[in-house]
Structure formats: structure tokens, C-alpha cells
Design a binder for this molecule. Structure first.
Ligand code: FEH
Ligand code: ZN
Ligand code: ZN
Length: 357
């Protein structure tokens, strides 16, 4: 990559395709840090951003896409802290105000000033209204947003910052239901870019029996490779089959990475009383919460979003010790349009990752 110029995949008009454009090398000011991008994951949320019409999102154009980024620190602003020049890092993508109680605790995904930031058009974070990492170079607002990855391969590291972190945060949200019950079961609905990582995280950090469901045969194979104790296609009797696997009591927790009417219906059918339902997928499904109603007594429902900085550090630690392996499909940055088209047609196996060529 030439040191003076950088390419970036930029969204320049609402509803139009992003374009790979040339730009001058960004210069880090203050506490900013410049990283040379080694890999940037492609997420379904990127498709929502690309397809958004004017007014759908509180973002100002133009900006560079890419909120799942790994790279190497190449230059730091005069007051920058955190990883030194030369260190390889992943970027924590949800950029909050950096000052409220949530941000101070490293939970910028739940920044208390999110509404105000959106109103100011500041954006949600890297590649989400702010310049992200589908580029040769990326400017990060602060070294606090960088987590060292050591010698972890870039295509493995980048997905940890979104797919891995989101899956880990979802597991964290249901962990209270697992308690110290070694017989507890967790159902994972959808074994795709996030679900296959959730299976591994559950196996690495809990004693739960992991039961996986998907609609694609190859996803069941992936679930098995990732350590699921049982994997099945979605069928009319799947709820009964899964309950049977729990000795009839039901699942202590359900992680729904689909979020459709059918996945939520299955979740209701398999949940144990006083269980946890984490709805992660944005499939548009609806669940009516009322008493009396379809949900078992004591059910807690969460809508986890992305994850916290401490959790990203935990995810990187799992990956570096070999407990978390991402299924990736690599594409050159110059082939971003092809990667987007294949993700759109569900023709990507694992997580698509763009690598600057
Ligand atoms: C990011 C921004 C907005 C909606 C969803 C997302 C997720 O991809 C983050 O994991
Ligand atoms: Zn994402
Ligand atoms: Zn904040």
C-alpha cells in the first residue's frame, strides 16, 4: 500500500452502491490513532446501511463502511494512548460519547448519550456514520478503542470485534439462567456468522448442553464441528425433540440469532420456566409479551446489542488460546462488490472478510 494514498469503500449517496475511492492519507490529531487495515469483516448490518434511503439512518454522508476491523498501529496523535506503533489490534466498533457512566464502564454499545449523538449525526461508530475500516487506512478516535491481538491472523481477528463480540455478549446476557446447573441446556437458533461462534463460546465458558437449530444442512455440520451436542433442522416437531433432549424441563436459555416469527415461536416452545431468551437476529419476528401469555413464567427477554470493551478483550483471549475459531470467506478489498452480492444472495459460508490487496 502506498504511504501517501489510501483506498476506501465509501457510501456517497443513499440507496446507491458504495464505491472504492482514493483519498489522502489521514493524519491522526490529538488522541487519534491511525491503523493500517489488515482485514475488515462484512456484516448484514452493512447491507442495511447500503440499502438505507435518505432519512432512514441518522448518519451524514459520505463515510467509509466497515465496523469489524483488524490492523496495525502505524501512527499516533500527540496525545494518543493505548497500543504503540507496530502493535496489531482489533477496533472496538461502537463509539459512544466516551464520558457517560456506560462509556466509562466500557459499554459504549449502550452509551447514555446515543440519542444525542444520533441527533447530531455523529453516527453509531466505525463504518456506521463514521469512517470505518473497509479501506487501506483507518483513523480511530482513541487508543481506548483498540485491543491488541498479538499474532492472531487478521482474518480471524477482525470478526471477533463484531460477530464474536455480539455472540459473547448474548451468552453473557443469558449466563444467569445457567447458574451452576451442569444439566442446563442452551438452544442456539441459527448457526451462521454469529451462531457458530456462540456455540464455541458456550462450550468454552459453560457446562451447558448446546442444542443447535438451523434450516440448512451445512449449518448443522458447522454446529457439530463447533462442538454442539445436538443439531437439527427446523421441523414441526423440533420443539418436542429439543425438550426431549432436556429431560422434559426445557432449555434454560435460548439464543435466537434469526429473530423471525418461526424462530421466536420455537423459542417459546422450548424455554424452561424462569429461563432467558436473547433475541439477537433482526429477522423482524414479533413476540407478544403478556400475562397470562405464551411465555413461561419467569422468562426474561433481552435484546443484546454488540458488546462491551471488556467483553472484546475476553473474546480475543479465547481466540488467542485456540478456543474460538471463525469460519471466514476472504475477499480482496477490490472485490468488495462481489462480496456484498454474495452475502446478499446468502452465498457466503462463514463470515465474509475483506483484505486490502
Ligand atoms: C451495528 C449497527 C447498527 C445495527 C446493528 C449493528 C451490528 O452489526 C453490530 O453488531
Ligand atoms: Zn455488524
Ligand atoms: Zn457515552
Amino acid at each position: 500500500m502506498s504511504t501517501g494514498r489510501t483506498r476506501a469503500l465509501r457510501l456517497t449517496r443513499w440507496g446507491g452502491p458504495p464505491a472504492l475511492t482514493e483519498a489522502a492519507r489521514p493524519v491522526p490529531a490529538g488522541e487519534e490513532v491511525l491503523i493500517e487495515v489488515e482485514a475488515a469483516g462484512l456484516c448484514r448490518s452493512d447491507l442495511h446501511v447500503i440499502d438505507a434511503r435518505e432519512g432512514d439512518l441518522p448518519y451524514r454522508l459520505p463515510f467509509t463502511l466497515g465496523h469489524e476491523v483488524a490492523g496495525r498501529v502505524v501512527e499516533r496523535g500527540p496525545t494518543a494512548t493505548g497500543p504503540a506503533v507496530g502493535e496489531r489490534v482489533v477496533v472496538y466498533g461502537p463509539w459512544g460519547c466516551g464520558r457517560c457512566a456506560r462509556c466509562a464502564a466500557g459499554a459504549e454499545n449502550y452509551c447514555d448519550r446515543r440519542t444525542a449523538l444520533d441527533a447530531d449525526g455523529v453516527g453509531t461508530g466505525a463504518g456506521l456514520g463514521r469512517d470505518g475500516g473497509m479501506a487501506d487506512l483507518m483513523l480511530v478516535p482513541s487508543g481506548r478503542l483498540l485491543v491488541p491481538v498479538g499474532d492472531l491472523a487478521a482474518a480471524q481477528a477482525a470478526p471477533l470485534s463484531d460477530a464474536g463480540l455480539t455472540a459473547y455478549h448474548a451468552v453473557s446476557s443469558v449466563r444467569p439462567a445457567l447458574g451452576d446447573d451442569p444439566s442446563a441446556s442452551v438452544v442456539v437458533l441459527g448457526v451462521g456468522g454469529l451462531g457458530h461462534l456462540a456455540v464455541q463460546i458456550l462450550r468454552a465458558t459453560t457446562s451447558a448442553q448446546v442444542l443447535a437449530v438451523d434450516v440448512r444442512e451445512e449449518a448443522l455440520v458447522l454446529a457439530d464441528e463447533c462442538g454442539a451436542h445436538f443439531a437439527t433442522l427446523l421441523r414441526p416437531d423440533t420443539a418436542a425433540v429439543l425438550r426431549g433432549r432436556t429431560g422434559g424441563v426445557g432449555a434454560a436459555a435460548v439464543l435466537d440469532f434469526v429473530g423471525s416469527d418461526s424462530s421466536l415461536e420455537l423459542a417459546v416452545g422450548v424455554l424452561r420456566a424462569n429461563g432467558e431468551l436473547a433475541v439477537v437476529g433482526s429477522g423482524g419476528g414479533e413476540l407478544r409479551v403478556r400475562k397470562p401469555g405464551v411465555l413461561p413464567p419467569g422468562t426474561r427477554v433481552s435484546l443484546p446489542f454488540w458488546g462491551t470493551l471488556p467483553e472484546l478483550e475476553a473474546v480475543v483471549t479465547l481466540a488467542r488460546k485456540g478456543s474460538l475459531r471463525v469460519r471466514v470467506a476472504e475477499f480482496p478489498l477490490s472485490g468488495a462488490a462481489e462480496a456484498i452480492a454474495r452475502l446478499r444472495s446468502d452465498a457466503v459460508r462463514g463470515r465474509a472478510v475483506l483484505v486490502p490487496d
